[in-house]
Design a protein around this ligand. Structure first.
Ligand code: 5AD
Length: 461
C-alpha cells in the first residue's frame, strides 16, 4: 500500500488511496483522489472499504482505472475550480478508455448538485457525503446522463464499516459528522448536513482495532469535534474512555469549536498522558464586529480567555488557527485588530485564507462581498508574513530541547549532503527532520538544533 502526496495548495491536498484486491466480483478498478480536509481523507477510506466489499479493486493510478472518483471540497471557490480543471484533464483518458467512469464525491457534488454537470460536463456520477453506501449501485447503473445522488441523511454514520486506511502512522477516526454552527461564511452545514455523533462503543472498538494493527497515533475527526455528544457521553468523557485503550500512545483531535471547549475537556487533556499538547483552534478574525457578523458565537475576549486557560493548564501547548481575510464589511481597522490578536496570542502556525463567497450561505444571500480581491490579497500576504515571523520565534523556543518524535517516513527533500532524511512529529505536532534513517512508526528522542518557521531539524539522541 502506498500513498502519493501531491503538492499542497492553500491547505487543500490531494491524496491517493490504494488497497489490496477485494473479494470476487466484477473486479472493475477504482482510483480515488482526495481533496480538502482530513474528514475527506477519512471519507475516502470509507468509500474504499465500501467499494472493496462490493468487489471493486482499488487502484493507485488514474491511468489504469475503469472508474475515477474525486472526493471533493466546497469550502472555497478555488477548491472547486481545481477539481473542475482536474476533471477536464482526466477526461482526456477517455480516448484510450471509452468506458471510463468519472465521478465527483463529497462536498462539491452536494454543493453544486444539479449545476455540476453544466460546470463539469465530463462527469458521469455525482454523490454527496451521506450517500456512499449506495455508490456500488450507482456504479452498476448505466446511463447516458450523469447520475446524481445527493440526499443528506441525518442518521448516516457509516457504522459497521472498516475504513481501508492509508498506510501511515496516524489513523483518522471520525467521531461526529455534519455541523450545526452555521457560521455565515461557511458552506459545511449545507453540504455535510446536521451534527450527529457516533456511539462511543463503536469509536472505542475502532480505536482498539487500529491500535492492534500497529497504529500508535489516532486523530479524532469532526467539523466541530468537541461538540461531540452521544446520549450522556460528552467529548471529555469520550477522551477518557479512549485513553484507556492499551497501546495508544498519541491521541489528537481536530478541529474544536472555541465555544464548545469546556473546562472538563481542558482537564481531560491535561490529565491524560496520551493526549498531545497541541490544538488547532480556528479564530477566523480578531475583530469583534467581524466575529459577530460571522456568527462565531464568541468575542475576542472569550477567545483570549480560552487560550489563557489552555496555556495555564497545559503550559507547553502548541496552538494553531485558521484566519479569513476580507470577509464582508472587513475594514482596515478590523484587519488591524486581527493582526494585533495574532501578535498577542502568538499562534504556532495558521492556515490563512481570502474570503470566498459560497452560494447557499447566509453571507452569500444577505451580505455584500465588498472587499476587493486586491485588498483581500494584500491583507492575506500581510498576515502570512506576520505569521512566518511568529512561527519562527515559536519554533526557536524548541532549540536545544529533546522531544519524542513519531517518525512518519522519508523526507521528500534530501539533505545538503545529498543523503535521505527522515521526518516525524513531536507531540506538539511540529514536523521534525533528522539525518538518521529510522523506520516509520517508531518513536525516537530527537534533540532540536536548528529550525525554520515551518520545520524543526535535529539529531537522534
Ligand atoms: N472563505 C474562505 N475561507 C473559508 N473557510 C471556511 N469557509 C470559508 C470561505 N467561505 C476557512 C475557515 C475554516 C477553514 C477550514 O476554512 O477558516 O476554519
Amino acid at each position: 500500500m502506498t500513498l502519493e502526496l501531491l503538492p499542497i495548495v492553500e491547505n487543500i491536498d490531494s491524496q491517493v488511496l490504494e488497497s489490496s484486491d477485494g473479494p470476487q466480483g466484477h473486479n472493475r478498478s477504482v482510483y480515488i483522489e482526495t481533496y480538502g480536509c482530513q474528514m475527506n481523507v477519512a471519507d475516502s477510506e470509507l468509500v474504499g472499504s465500501i467499494l472493496n466489499e462490493a468487489g471493486f479493486v482499488i487502484s493507485s493510478r488514474a491511468e489504469n482505472a475503469d472508474i475515477i472518483l474525486l472526493n471533493t471540497c466546497a469550502v472555497r471557490e478555488h477548491a472547486e475550480e481545481r477539481v473542475i480543471g482536474r476533471v477536464a484533464q482526466l477526461n482526456a483518458l477517455r480516448a484510450q478508455r471509452p468506458n471510463l467512469t468519472i465521478g465527483i464525491l463529497g462536498c462539491m457534488a452536494q454543493h453544486l448538485s444539479e449545476t455540476l454537470t453544466e460546470r463539469a460536463p465530463f462527469v458521469d456520477i455525482a454523490m454527496g457525503p451521506d450517500s456512499y453506501r449506495r455508490l456500488p449501485n450507482l456504479l452498476a447503473q448505466s446511463s447516458d446522463d450523469a447520475l446524481l445522488d445527493v440526499r443528506l441523511n441525518k442518521s448516516e454514520n457509516y457504522i459497521g464499516l472498516t475504513p481501508i486506511r492509508r498506510e501511515g502512522t496516524n489513523a483518522w477516526v471520525t467521531i461526529i459528522r455534519g455541523c450545526d454552527k452555521f457560521c455565515t461564511f461557511c458552506i459545511v452545514p449545507y453540504v455535510r448536513g446536521r451534527e450527529r455523533s457516533i456511539d462511543p462503543i463503536d469509536i472505542v472498538s475502532q480505536i482498539e482495532s487500529v491500535v492492534s494493527e500497529g497504529y500508535k497515533e489516532v486523530t479524532l475527526l469532526g467539523q466541530t469535534v468537541n461538540s461531540y455528544k452521544h446520549m450522556n457521553v460528552g467529548f471529555a468523557q469520550l477522551l477518557r474512555e479512549i485513553a484507556k485503550v492499551n497501546g495508544l500512545e498519541r491521541l489528537r483531535f481536530t478541529s474544536p469549536y472555541p465555544v464548545d471547549f469546556s473546562d472538563d475537556v481542558i482537564m481531560a487533556m491535561s490529565e491524560l498522558n496520551c493526549v498531545c499538547p497541541s490544538i488547532h483552534l480556528p479564530v477566523q478574525s480578531g475583530s469583534e464586529a467581524q466575529l459577530r457578523s460571522m456568527r462565531r458565537g464568541y468575542t475576542v475576549d472569550d477567545f483570549r480567555r480560552l487560550v489563557d486557560k489552555l496555556r495555564n493548564t497545559i503550559p507547553d501547548i502548541a496552538i494553531s488557527t485558521d484566519i479569513i481575510t476580507g470577509f464582508c464589511g472587513e475594514t482596515e481597522k478590523d484587519f488591524r485588530e486581527t493582526c494585533k490578536l495574532m501578535e498577542e496570542i502568538q499562534f504556532d502556525f495558521a492556515f490563512m485564507f481570502k474570503y470566498s463567497a459560497r452560494e447557499g450561505t447566509f453571507a452569500f444571500k444577505k451580505m455584500t462581498d465588498d472587499v476587493t480581491e486586491e485588498i483581500k490579497g494584500q491583507r492575506l500576504q500581510h498576515i502570512i508574513k506576520l505569521q512566518e515571523q511568529i512561527s519562527l520565534e515559536k519554533n526557536m523556543k524548541f532549540l536545544g530541547n529533546t522531544y519524542p518524535v513519531l517518525i512518519e517516513g522519508k523526507s521528500k527533500r534530501k539533505g545538503k549532503d545529498g543523503k535521505e532524511r527522515c521526518f516525524g512529529k513531536t507531540p506538539h505536532n511540529k514536523t521534525t527532520v533528522i539525518p538518521e534513517s529510522v523506520p516509520a512508526n517508531t518513536i525516537v528522542n530527537i534533540t532540536v538544533d536548528r529550525c525554520t518557521s515551518h520545520t524543526l531539524y535535529g539529531r537522534l539522541n
